[in-house]
Design a protein. Structure first.
Length: 357
């Protein structure tokens, strides 16, 4: 079992907080320890933002508790009314992150005898500040998370393995006529990596500046997700196509493909090679943060594909023809989607690199 840096830092923050509270007789030490745990966030800046919000909520809770307790006394109704007031103010100011700790502060203070209000308020406030300070200090000094660098490295890996999966699904469909059986590949590895990189992006989001174009990363993740989902769809059709042909034709007939359909497969093969080149350029652009130029969709290629479909339409008909036409149309649609999305991202890289020059 691997112990992560955040786990170690959280444990260290709790121990340090309790030691400080014991050394300076700050009570309740458990409240300070809870504050340290709550504010040990995935990154330093997030911890800092949460700390300022927590401080504001705690001060609001302390002040409102003192006012209510000194003016109206302490009983369950007063505690409930103060909690309602705190929730309304926090919702108004969008301070939802530390609301629970503020409620705990109200309960801690108003649940004490009235003659000890001021003493309790001071110690509660001091304890939460100790916990916040320790969490910030440890999160900043001990291995502060740097998700952005890892994210950019893993993104290129994700693009590579998901695009390979998609391209291999295209290749299998194009060459399905040579197959008697087909085992659909399991995209579990691709899906797991996509989940990991997506989670990494959520942690790194606040480290990414507007100049680094977070929208580009989101579009890249969408492309990788599309590679997996559309590759699965093509693999499903390839499996059905191979099974249908095996159950319908004799072994000798399996390899008899009309010249017109071979022409269509040849055009799809050209599209496969064009997409492969675009993806290689995209991977290079992500790595080097620059593109080789402006890209446009190859309209002439799609006119060639339409012509191949027309030639095929004139020669064949029947149920099998309609099924094959549907499958070829779906594959061509997915291929065109991949081309357009890849070209869009390449042109985005090109625009970004020009702005940074």
């Amino acid at each position: 079992m691997v112990i992560g840096a955040r786990t170690i830092k959280t444990g260290l923050a709790v121990a340090t907080t309790l030691f400080i509270c014991k050394a300076f007789n700050i009570e309740p030490a458990s409240f300070a320890a809870i504050s340290a745990v709550v504010n040990m966030q995935p990154s330093f800046s997030k911890s800092l933002n949460n700390a300022w919000e927590q401080i504001s909520i705690h001060l609001l809770a302390v002040v409102s508790s003192l006012v209510m307790g000194l003016l109206l006394g302490t009983n369950p109704l007063i505690i409930g009314a103060t909690v309602i007031f705190l929730i309304l103010v926090c919702n108004r100011l969008d301070w939802s992150g530390g609301m629970v700790m503020g409620i705990v502060s109200i309960i801690f203070i108003l649940d004490s005898p009235q003659e000890t209000f001021l003493t309790h308020a001071l110690y509660r406030s001091l304890s939460i500040f100790v916990g916040l300070g320790v969490a910030l200090f440890i999160n900043r000094i001990l291995a502060p998370p740097r998700y952005k660098s890892k994210l950019m490295n893993d993104l290129n890996t994700l693009v590579h393995i998901t695009s390979r999966y998609f391209l291999e699904s295209l290749y299998a469909f194009i060459h399905a006529g040579d197959l008697t059986y087909y085992q659909k590949p399991d995209p579990a590895e691709q899906k797991n990596l996509l989940d990991e990189v997506t989670s990494l992006y959520e942690h790194a989001r606040e480290e990414i500046t507007p100049e680094e174009h977070p929208q580009f990363i989101e579009r890249l993740l969408e492309l990788c997700r599309g590679f997996i989902e559309r590759g699965e769809s093509i693999n499903q059709m390839t499996d059905q196509r191979v099974t249908r042909r095996r159950e319908t034709y004799t072994p000798a007939e399996l390899h008899e493909i009309t010249l017109e359909f071979q022409e269509i497969l040849g055009v799809l093969s050209m599209g496969y090679e064009k997409l492969d080149e675009l993806i290689i350029s995209l991977s290079s652009g992500i790595r080097e943060k620059k593109s080789t130029g402006t890209y446009v969709e190859d309209i002439a290629y799609w006119e060639l594909f339409d012509q191949a479909i027309d030639n095929w339409n004139r020669k064949v008909n029947g149920v099998f023809y309609l099924r094959a036409l549907m499958e070829v149309s779906v594959v061509a649609t997915e291929l065109r989607w991949a081309n357009r999305r890849t070209i869009y991202l390449l042109n985005t890289i090109n625009k970004q690199s020009k702005r940074n020059q």
